[in-house]
Design a protein around this ligand. Structure first.
Ligand code: GLV
Ligand code: GLV
Length: 334
């Protein structure tokens, strides 16, 4: 029989076509734009050889136990993998006095989304620094009484220092796009220097402290891990410049949102643009929505037609290659 696969969401057409036309798998799809309920998910993964998921699904010990020993491949349609318990995916279990290694291979979708995410990050940065959302609101609601000399003034990129927390492909792509805006200097921090990437954008390696102190714009581009969880907190914000603009297109978990709210509402920093929050969706009554200097987007950084299709195609190809026992186009090293 063909390998059995569960696809946890209605994915873009390119990926679905690849699965359909492969003739290699027998797959079932949660054919909805909304997440599959957990109970349904646990029921559907039973006995599966492969799972294709998106970032709303927690892939943890419970799910892997329920799926059972047939499960060989997990393919996520995302570059982030904080929703996957990597420890559990590679774990060895003792069952009936036998050592059984789960040995599940994991595919993800880096690179294909770099351009879209960098583009959105620049858009969000400019929307925040030049107060675009506030400005359109003023125009529409009668606030535009006349042309005023200091009205809706913001901060410009020209001659600024841009800091990047977590320098990877996306951070480099953001810097490449910001350079023509006449940025004076790029600085970054990471667990260790990323010399090769840094050289591409002439970025200087600094400590987290220096990053906070020097940045006029701070872009968060790191993965969410136990080390980066809550790393953007009061300690960081309190060292930042009053004119600083904070931009996060990575994961909400890297930010302590209470601290960010305090920093924004007391004028400790000038503004924040967030594409990611905790939780997602951020409830409509959340205090951050009341702040004029906070621009919140509903996790759309990779949301271009081209990129979402490319992500679904890569996720499908990762899955099929994994099931054939071949090298995946983009496999996560566990
Ligand atoms: C989006 O957030 C992704 O991880 O692909
Ligand atoms: C602005 O519109 C100017 O003319 O300075």
């Amino acid at each position: 029989a063909l390998p059995k696969v569960y696809v946890t969401r209605r994915i873009p057409p390119d990926g679905l076509d690849i699965l359909r036309k492969s003739g290699q798998v027998q797959f079932e799809l949660w054919d909805s734009d909304d997440p599959v309920p957990r109970v349904e998910l646990l029921n559907k993964v039973k006995g599966c050889d492969g799972i294709l998921c998106v970032l709303t699904e927690k892939i943890d010990a419970q799910l892997l136990d329920v799926a059972g020993p047939n499960l060989k491949v997990l393919s996520t349609m995302s570059v982030g993998y904080d929703h996957l318990s990597l420890e559990e995916l590679k774990k060895s279990l003792l069952i009936w006095a036998c050592i059984f290694c789960r040995g599940i291979r994991v595919g993800y979708t880096p690179e294909v989304l770099t351009d879209a995410v960098a583009e959105l990050t620049v858009a969000l940065l400019l929307a925040t620094s030049r107060r675009l959302i506030e400005a359109t609101h003023e125009a529409k609601t009668g606030g535009w009484g006349t042309w005023r000399t200091m009205w809706l003034c913001g901060h410009e990129l020209a001659n600024s220092t841009v800091g990047i927390l977590g320098l990877g492909r996306i951070g480099v792509a953001i810097a490449e796009r910001l350079k023509p805006f006449k940025v004076k200097k790029f600085i970054y921090t990471d667990v260790e220097p990323r010399t090769e990437l840094a050289n591409m954008i002439n970025a200087e390696y600094v400590s987290l402290d220096e990053l906070a102190k020097q940045s006029d714009f701070l872009a968060i581009c790191c993965a969410l891990t136990p080390e980066t969880h809550g790393i953007c907190n009061w300690n960081l914000f309190s060292k930042m410049k009053k004119n600083a603009i904070f931009i996060n297109t990575s994961r909400g978990g890297v930010v302590n949102q209470e601290d960010l709210y305090e920093a924004l509402s007391t004028g400790l920093i000038a503004g924040a643009g967030l594409d990611v929050t905790t939780p997602e969706p951020l409830p409509t009554h959340h205090p951050l929505y009341t702040l004029k200097n906070c621009v919140i987007l509903p996790h759309i950084a990779s949301a271009s037609y081209t990129t979402r299709n490319a992500m679904s195609a890569l996720a499908a190809n990762n899955l099929l290659a994994g099931l054939r026992g071949e090298a995946m186009p983009k496999e996560l090293k566990l």
